[in-house]
Design a protein around this ligand. Sequence first.
Ligand SMILES: [Zn+2]
Length: 251
Amino acid sequence: MNVEPQVQAKLLELAGVDAELARIAHKRTTMPEQQEVDRLEGERTARKDAAVAVEIKIDDLDRDIRKLEGEVDAVRKREERNRQLLQGGTVAAKQLTELEHELGSLERRQGLLEDELLEIMERREALQSDHEHAGAQLTRAEEELVDANRRRDEARADLDGAERTRAADRDALAAQFPEPLLAAYEKQRAARGIGAALLQARRCGACRIELDRGEIARITGTPAEEVVRCPECNAILVRTNESGLRGSAGQ
Ligand SMILES: [Zn+2]
């Protein structure tokens, strides 16, 4: 393939723009702003789970409290009934003793139940405060996430802008190449990431391998118009005065 050396040299500009586009694409996948969003999303989930776990414990205690309150209520009713019977004065002496005895044990049972109830209510109060704390942490994580999402969107918009500019540069540049040269460049870029590179001090700018004497002699003997490829990576090699080709036609 024969292409004017000046046009071949412009491939370096195209490769530069493509490298910039690749850097932008890489930045997009490694944005610290996105990593922060991911971290905060994880934190929000953990905070939510913590709040839910406390809610479940509170629900369990509420059930225990209702049950105990029901028991206390039943004991009180029974005590009330016994007192009324005792006050009625119509029960026999034997039943009187039994009623008094039962009343005594009911009162003791009530005391125990009430102590238990009090203890559970204290635990519930502590959990309620845990729940409020968990809720506050959840709210803070959600607020931080809103900020982080905004920063991520801004960073992404910056990359979008840079990418649009570079893409426009690329379109303008690409239009300056003959179709077969551009096709060869694109094919190589798709295969190896870099389509064209400067041959600099006998080294391929794409794969960084130094070409041996034989290859350098072959390239030196190749007319400047002829497109040469790297024998190692097949990148289009652009020849200039920096290429290290003695008496080279490359400009
Ligand atoms: Zn190479």
